[in-house]
Design a protein around this ligand. Structure first.
Ligand SMILES: [Zn+2]
Length: 64
């Protein structure tokens, strides 16, 4: 069973364990739902990830 950390909302910053190809590990939450839209704070690319996938990658949450 995967423990899902849902303690974030739109505007929060998520720090992932592995960096994006641009070298950045911080993502801003643009949309929150079953799938969340995240924006890379390094290169500005936007991705959609499920909350399960986010919890696998999540290292830290920086609250707004
Ligand atoms: Zn990036």
């Amino acid at each position: 069973m995967i423990k899902i950390n849902n303690d974030y909302k739109v505007g929060d910053t998520l720090v992932f364990k592995k960096p994006h190809p641009c070298g950045n590990t911080k993502w801003e939450v643009l949309k929150y739902g079953v799938d969340c839209k995240l924006k890379c704070l390094g290169c500005g690319r936007e991705i959609i990830l499920s909350r399960v996938d986010i919890s696998k990658r999540l290292k830290e949450i920086i609250h707004l």
